[in-house]
Structures are given as structure tokens and as C-alpha cells.
Design a protein around this ligand. Structure first.
Ligand code: ADE
Ligand code: ZN
Length: 333
């Protein structure tokens, strides 16, 4: 058996967690097509192949346009259930035992879909995942940062009614020009209500957005954070405070944050002692789920099994699982 086969087997056989995955980003072209028919909605594509060939992005915004268009086919509770269940089947395949998923309610409520429809569909699929496969999960509601803070308060109100299902709030969508300080009051209010906070920062935006996510939004994790290496002082703080950085390598290549996987800075972050881990972000759009991300990144960056073990352990340590469950999984790796 060569080293790569060994590495692939290690990745496939080790229990894993995923902390950065947008459920709308797991909408596979086949399901998008099926739902457009079920809901009698027009989509600007004639076939699954045509959808797939549209997935060429030049940056985050060029992706978001297609991603929000795709989300329009999600209408009923059953649609959100089916979407989530398909992702759960991928989790089972990839040996993901715990997942913390994002959802973007504003991309649905803005087109007249009830918040309850969205959350209940997602939640019921996650309950079934726990019952049938023992897969555990948490739900994080993301605010769309290209929208006004005022509009976000509306959806926070909805989240409060579903506190039993939603553990935290995050910040996603178009990063540049929508800095963390725009949402300080909103995050203060969310924290007051008992939600944990995370935020996309330093995906395309500058290190300053990571600083302010920590200082102003009091985040427990930074989503992406790959721009942090441009600021030595920031790296020092991230390392000393053990701030998790939920890196998504294939996403960063598809959105041209790095020109190729061989030039991704994950290994440098790891070597700098940062608490990094690998995630799939929007797997239906970016070429693969968690294992594919881990395998392709390991090959491109020459990661050792020891490196992969650290990545997987970092992910469990950074999850919102209780300490007992965390330790129980960590002992198995
Ligand atoms: N929403 C879905 N995927 C995203 C990403 N990679 N960055 C920001 N917002 C997103
Ligand atoms: Zn993301």
C-alpha cells in the first residue's frame, strides 16, 4: 500500500466533525432540478449539465449570485428536509459523526418563505439523522452581511422563538465593504439572548475584519480566516487564545482566493500553531464534501497522517459539543 492509499484510508476511517457548511451550499444540481420541477419554478438552466457548467467563479460575489439563485427552488418544509437529508447521507458516507451547519434564513424569508418552514425542515432531518445514524448536530443561523442591520434584527426575533434548535449566529455573504462593525448591536443582542457567535472573516477581507470580529462580535470561531497570515500580531493573538479557524480549501480555490491548492496556506497556518481544521463550505458548488477536501488538500500540501490527525482533533476541540462528548471522540482518534 503506498502512502497516499494509507492517507486516504486514514481520512475515510477516522470519525470526523464539520464546522463550516452552508446547508444551501449542499444543494446538488440534481436536487435543484428536481425541486424546480416539483415547485413549478423556472431556473435559468435546461439540464443538470448546464447547471454544472455554470459553476465557474472568479470571486466570492460571482459565486453568491448563483448560490442565491439556486436557493430559490427551496420552498416547502419538505424541500428543506430533503436538502438536509441528502447532506446527512454524505456525512454518513464520509464518517462525519457531528456536524454544525449554517443556514441563511434571509435568502428565503426575503422571498416570502416562512422562517418556521425553513427551520422545521432542517431540524426534522437532523433529528432523523440522530435517530437513524447517531449523527449529532448543531444549527447556526447566519445573517446576510450585505443587508442592513435593521433587517437582521427581524430574523434574530425569529431565531429567539427557536432557541431550542439554534445554538448560535454567524455572519456570511459578501465580505468586502461589509465589515463586522456594521453588526455590533445585532451581535450584542444575540449574545444577550444566549446565542454563541461566529463570523466569516478574512476569506477575501483584510485581517482587520478578523480583529473586529473578535473584539466587537465576540466570536468563538473565525470562519475561513486565511488572510490572517498577513498580520503577525494577529497570528500571535489567534495562537495564544486558541481561536479556531474553519478553513475551507476547495472553496478558496473555486473562489480564487488562492490560484491552486498547492499554494494554499493551510500548512503554514498549521505550522504557525493555529487551531485550523478543514471544512467543505458549499460542497455542491466547490467540488467535494469533507473527505474530498481532506484528501485533495493532503496530496497538494504533502500533509502527513500526523497533520491530518491534528486537523481532525482541532475540529472536535472547536465544536460546540459538550466537554464529555468532545473528549469521548478525541479519545477515539
Ligand atoms: N455563503 C455561502 N458560502 C459563503 C462563503 N464562502 N463566504 C461567504 N458567504 C457564504
Ligand atoms: Zn462559508
Amino acid at each position: 500500500m503506498n502512502d497516499f492509499t494509507n492517507l486516504e484510508n486514514y481520512i475515510k476511517n477516522t470519525p470526523k466533525t464539520e464546522l463550516h457548511m452552508h446547508i444551501e451550499g449542499s444543494l446538488e444540481p440534481e436536487l435543484m432540478f428536481k425541486l424546480s420541477k416539483r415547485n413549478k419554478l423556472e431556473i435559468p438552466f435546461k439540464s443538470v449539465d448546464e447547471i454544472k457548467s455554470a459553476y465557474n467563479f472568479t470571486n466570492l460575489d460571482s459565486f453568491l449570485k448563483i448560490y442565491y439563485e439556486g436557493s430559490n427552488v427551496l420552498v416547502s418544509e419538505e424541500d428543506f428536509f430533503d436538502l438536509t437529508w441528502e447532506y446527512i447521507l454524505r456525512c454518513k458516507e464520509d464518517n462525519i459523526v457531528h456536524t454544525e451547519i449554517f443556514f441563511d434564513p434571509q435568502s428565503h424569508t426575503e422571498r416570502g418563505i416562512e422562517f418556521n418552514t425553513v427551520i422545521n425542515g432542517i431540524y426534522k432531518a437532523l433529528e432523523k439523522a440522530n435517530f437513524e445514524f447517531g449523527i449529532t448536530s448543531k444549527i447556526i443561523m447566519c445573517f446576510l452581511r450585505h443587508l442592513d442591520e435593521k433587517l437582521c434584527f427581524k430574523v434574530l426575533k425569529d431565531a429567539i422563538r427557536h432557541k431550542d434548535k439554534i445554538i448560535g449566529v454567524g455572519l456570511d455573504s459578501s465580505e468586502k465593504g461589509n465589515p463586522p462593525q456594521k453588526f455590533k448591536k445585532l451581535f450584542d443582542a444575540a449574545i444577550k439572548e444566549g446565542f454563541l457567535t461566529v463570523a466569516h472573516a478574512g476569506e477575501e477581507g483584510p485581517p482587520e475584519y478578523i480583529w473586529n470580529s473578535l473584539k466587537l462580535l465576540k466570536v468563538k470561531r473565525i470562519d475561513h480566516g486565511v488572510q490572517c497570515l498577513k498580520d503577525d500580531k494577529l497570528v500571535e493573538v489567534l495562537r495564544e487564545k486558541n481561536i479556531p479557524l474553519t478553513v475551507c480549501p476547495l472553496s478558496n480555490i473555486k473562489l480564487c482566493v488562492f490560484d491552486k491548492l498547492e499554494n494554499h496556506n493551510l500548512k503554514k497556518m498549521l505550522d504557525a500553531g493555529l487551531r485550523v481544521m478543514v471544512n467543505s463550505d458549499d460542497p455542491a458548488y466547490f467540488g467535494g464534501y469533507l473527505n474530498t477536501n481532506l484528501i485533495e488538500t493532503s496530496k497538494a500540501l504533502n500533509l502527513s497522517i500526523e497533520d491530518i490527525k491534528v486537523l481532525i482533533k482541532n475540529s472536535f476541540k472547536s465544536s460546540f459539543l459538550d466537554e464529555k462528548s468532545k473528549n469521548s471522540w478525541l479519545n477515539k482518534i
